[in-house]
Design a protein around this ligand. Structure first.
Ligand code: FE2
Length: 376
């Protein structure tokens, strides 16, 4: 039988109607932006970049932008109650609000996506200051999460209009984090495929990998996942939904505590995972641990790797291999009190996949944590 390629898929292959240059920044809505920024500087090695608040004309909020290599995080907090930003923090706790994508033309990005059915968050807006013009637009995605399109080719200020340079006498060293590798969304029961369709049809992404509940199921809990990638592969959004298991899925626990769909983890790339994770651990970041027996069969499973096994074992770094190479990865525990957002640290050595061979060991580690919280 012939393979049938749908019109939409064929069209996406020939022309990328939404060319993305990568992740521009990730903005978190938090209860206390000053302290959050301090934590990300201290624990993750981000550097002070820019500040916006009442002193810069932003009356309703305070925002702190921090940077490390190509990674830019923004922490924003409302200054008063009774507005959508304050309600967001009340409902969801600290979490990812904006996944901002860098584009050459934010007006075209908005027209292309809203023309294909995206719900507009913001029409293209021109923002100007002494350093030029930045154009921003935005659309809604899962939950209350937003994709902003950022066009900064005519802007050379430190971050964006409305912000001033943030200079601090406290500048902890970097930890070797380089860029966003991927951002994972957790969506509700039976919502994975509708969101896959959204990324295909509205944003021109392709489904590059699929994991069903046979791939991702432990004795108790399960999830399903599809990895969506844009045309040039710079932006990858895996989408998870819970699956039925003997006990509560980790995705369900997230949905309960985030009180809705949202970003589950952001994967941060490094070129030296042993050094980065050693550094992060010394600064107080807590990682999920797999049993040391994981390392007994490691070489049989993944073959020879360049790294020594002992430091990997000590730190709890996981390894997986695909047809193109291997990858090393590790996951933090949630970085706030709600069991919601966490980070992945990843080093790719050729592999373009997501560590399927680690799912079982990893999810058993997550379940042990869920059990401690009484949520399994
Ligand atoms: Fe991941």
């Amino acid at each position: 039988m012939e393979t049938v390629v749908s019109n939409t898929t064929a069209q996406n292959i020939v022309q990328d109607f939404l060319p993305l240059q990568g992740t521009d920044y990730v903005e978190f809505y938090v209860g206390n932006a000053k302290q959050a920024a301090h934590f990300y500087k201290t624990a993750f090695g981000f550097q002070s970049l820019a500040y916006a608040g009442p002193e810069t004309g932003m009356k309703d909020r305070a925002s702190y932008a921090v940077r490390q290599n190509k990674l830019t995080f923004v922490f924003t907090t409302p200054l008063r109650s009774g507005n959508t930003m304050a309600d967001h923090v009340y409902q969801h706790g600290d979490g990812v609000k904006m996944l901002a994508l860098k584009v050459d033309n934010a007006t075209d990005a908005w027209q292309q996506t809203t023309g294909r059915g995206a719900k507009s968050y913001s029409e293209p807006v021109s923002m100007k200051d002494d350093f030029g013009e930045l154009i921003m637009s935005g659309i809604h995605t899962y939950g209350e999460t937003i994709h902003l399109f950022i066009e900064r080719k005519n802007y050379n200020g430190v971050f964006m209009p409305g912000y001033r340079k943030w200079e601090s006498h406290y500048n902890p060293s970097e930890t070797g984090l380089l860029y966003v590798d991927h951002c994972v969304g957790n969506v509700g029961w039976n919502q994975m495929n509708p969101w896959v369709k959204f990324y295909e049809e509205v944003m021109g992404f392709r489904n590059i990998l699929t994991f069903d509940d046979n791939d991702i199921s432990t004795e108790y809990s399960a999830l399903m996942s599809k990895v969506m990638s844009n045309g040039n592969g710079f932006v990858k959004f895996p989408i998870n939904e819970p699956a039925e298991g003997k006990k509560k899925s980790q995705v369900e626990e997230y949905l309960d505590y985030y009180d809705g769909e949202g970003c589950q983890h952001v994967a941060l790339a490094t070129n030296n995972i042993v050094q980065t994770v050693t550094d992060l651990q010394n600064r107080g970041i807590e990682f999920l641990k797999v049993p040391t027996s994981y390392y007994d069969e490691l070489i049989d499973r993944v073959g020879q790797i360049e790294e020594d096994i002992n430091p990997l074992k000590e730190l709890g770094i996981l390894v997986d291999r695909d047809e193109e190479g291997y990858l090393l990865q590790i996951f933090t525990k949630p970085v706030e009190d709600r069991p919601t957002l966490f980070f992945e640290i990843i080093q790719r050595k050729g592999a373009k996949s997501f560590g399927k061979g680690n799912f079982k060991a990893l999810f058993e580690a997550i379940e042990r944590e869920q059990e401690l919280r009484g949520n399994l």
